[in-house]
Design a binder for this molecule. Structure first.
Ligand code: ATP
Length: 302
């Protein structure tokens, strides 16, 4: 049996007749992974996360979170979430804000020091929030989400509003949160963010999942590019080699779909046949290319 922490079937949310914010979404998030939910602005990420938390009621379809209905006390007691910018009392310290939340949520106050340390805010815990940087406020938001020591952490655009250093810090930190079997779902419209922290990625466009897989899978397979003379002879020789799946030529170059470990063998065969090889290099598609291609048309919800 697969251990899906989140599973949705045909999940759909309409706002009025005109807007389909989420359109037949099929999501599967596995236990212990960092799942990156990537999509352009307005693609339906926040609406999806809000449905998973029971904050928004789906128009149709089904979702299960930690084996329970979204918003049920069974699910909510095991989920920590930061959806939308966290709101805190600015005149209270970070620690006092967490104390308010812990009391309200029935969480033991011994968790406060633990989560403050986890997000690297122990030193500033007694300072008023009004003196915190944006990055510190975001980290305090994550600390609040961690208070319950949740099995599942849902973070909507956790790097929003952070400078590059703050973003890098948050990424590192998110990876550390996924240790010990905890599952982390984070959304972003920034490919770089998702690419660097996620085990698996789902790309959403206009409310539907258009691609899902590991970062490697989404990048597609790497291949080789060869510049050689004469090109038709090079194409013929390369196509006949074992392990070569496809050869196409364009712009004086060959694109070879093959395990890139075959590069030296390909080079040797060409050179031994008297073909002049001036370039031979690895060609990789980035997740960014995939994302741009997938979202090029219709990134606006209908
Ligand atoms: P962003 O990164 O900009 O937050 P998103 O991927 O999170 O985008 P959503 O916020 O889920 O996208 O919005 C999806 C679509 O649903 C948008 O067109 C948005 O305007 C619309 N929408 C969201 N909430 C409502 C609402 N309460 N009423 C009407 N339309 C809504």
């Amino acid at each position: 049996m697969t251990d899906h922490v989140i599973e949705t079937r045909d999940l759909t949310k309409r706002y009025g007749d005109a807007v389909v914010a989420v359109d037949g979404l099929e999501l599967r998030v596995q236990r212990g992974e960092v799942y990156g939910f990537l999509g352009p602005n307005g693609a339906g990420k926040t609406t999806t996360l809000r449905m998973l938390l029971g904050l928004v009621r789906p128009t149709s379809g089904h979702a299960s979170v930690l084996g329970a209905a979204p918003g049920s006390s069974h699910a909510l007691s095991r989920i920590g979430a930061m959806v939308e910018a966290p709101a805190f009392y600015p005149y209270l310290s970070g620690r006092d804000n967490l104390t308010v939340l812990a009391r309200h949520g029935g969480v033991g106050e011994e968790r406060i020091a633990i989560v403050l340390a986890a997000v690297g805010l122990s030193d500033r815990a007694t300072d008023r929030i009004a003196t915190y940087s944006m990055g510190m406020k975001q980290r305090l938001g994550v600390a609040a989400a961690l208070l319950k020591d949740p099995e599942l952490l849902i973070l909507d655009e956790p790097t929003n509003g952070l400078d590059p250093a703050g973003m890098a810090e948050m990424r590192e930190f998110i990876r550390s949160l996924a240790q010990g079997g905890r599952t982390v779902v984070l959304s972003s419209h920034l490919m770089g963010e998702i690419e660097q922290v996620s085990d698996r990625v789902g790309i959403i466009r206009a409310g539907s999942l258009v691609a899902e897989g590991t970062v490697e899978e989404l990048r597609g397979r790497a291949g080789l590019r060869v510049r050689a003379e004469p090109l038709p002879e090079a194409a013929r020789l390369v196509a006949a080699l074992p392990g070569v799946e496809a050869v196409t030529s364009a712009g004086g170059l060959l694109d070879v779909t093959v395990d890139t470990a075959r590069a030296p063998a390909i080079n040797r065969v060409l050179v031994e046949a008297g073909v002049a090889v001036s370039e031979l290099y690895l060609q990789k598609t980035s997740l960014e290319d995939v994302f741009l291609e997938l979202t090029a048309n219709g990134d606006q919800p209908r």
